[in-house]
Design a protein around this ligand. Structure first.
Ligand SMILES: O=C(CO)COP(=O)(O)O
Length: 252
């Protein structure tokens, strides 16, 4: 039985006081970790403060990106060693916004996935197709290629522990949610790809989130699907009440 994982991706929003207030307001209201995992993916400057505030609660704190090297001459970058040292548990890798605006590639996502596991961080690996790819019936091939490249060289245990977020680019921030059938169809495909690529057990164990205009009003329907094990939520994760509702849906 896979445990749902609900992650709020704040992207480039909030200031520190707002971020800390959010954690204060949510940390005692989210479901216990044994029922569902609840994560906030916050901008780098907030991470130490949020880890401190979330201590002793079931709320986990994630970064939205990182470099794949441990340290070195990479001005402006943040390493997995730094994140681990702060008490961060998860890291979002390969979000479509990073692929589009910051030259993230399947190759760097794969290097980062290895680096995450080398430092005991759980990667939330994002994949997804453009509207053009969907209209040209390229979705399944594109997703398969992204998944295989991201997971390349990981051990079976690491694949089992990974989280993949299926985020169709046309559904991000647009208010257009994929139908639960569309989302589940792609997640089922990802699971099959993982089964063939790694093992039957790894395919059964890996958790798959859907992301793209998820909100309290549509989360139940999405989570009721057989191959969807959580949500990666942008806009609707910014308000404490809305995040708590999403986290509660994960525990149903
Ligand atoms: O990109 C997303 C989460 O990573 C989805 O964003 P929205 O929920 O705002 O559509």
């Amino acid at each position: 039985m896979r445990k749902n994982v609900i992650a709020g991706n704040w992207k480039m929003n909030k200031v520190l006081s707002e971020a800390e207030q959010f954690v204060e307001e949510t940390k005692t209201r989210i479901p216990g970790e044994e029922k569902a995992e609840s994560i906030v993916c916050a901008p780098f400057p907030f991470l130490p403060g949020l880890v401190e505030k979330a201590k002793g609660s079931d709320l986990k704190v994630a970064a939205q990106n990182m470099h794949f090297e441990d340290n070195g001459a990479f001005t402006g970058e943040v390493s997995p060693v730094m994140l681990k040292d702060l008490g961060v548990t998860h890291v979002v890798l390969g979000h479509s916004e990073r692929r589009e605006y910051f030259a993230e590639t399947d190759e760097t996502v794969n290097k980062k996935a290895h680096a995450a596991f080398n430092h005991n961080l759980t990667p939330i690996i994002c994949v997804g197709e453009t509207l053009e790819q969907r209209e040209n019936n390229e979705t399944m091939n594109h997703i398969e290629s992204q998944v295989k490249q991201a997971l390349s060289g990981l051990t079976e245990e690491q694949v089992k522990a990974s989280i993949i977020a299926y985020e169709p680019i046309w559904a991000i921030g647009t208010g257009k949610t994929a139908t639960s059938e569309q989302a589940n169809e792609v997640c089922a495909h990802i699971r099959n790809v993982v089964k063939q690529f790694s093992s039957e057990e790894a395919g059964e164990a890996i958790r798959l989130q859907y992301g793209g205009s998820v909100k309290p009003a549509n989360v139940d329907e999405l989570l009721s699907q057989s191959d969807i094990d959580g949500a990666l939520v942008g806009g609707a994760s910014l308000e404490a009440d809305s995040f708590v509702q999403l986290a509660e849906a994960g525990a149903k």
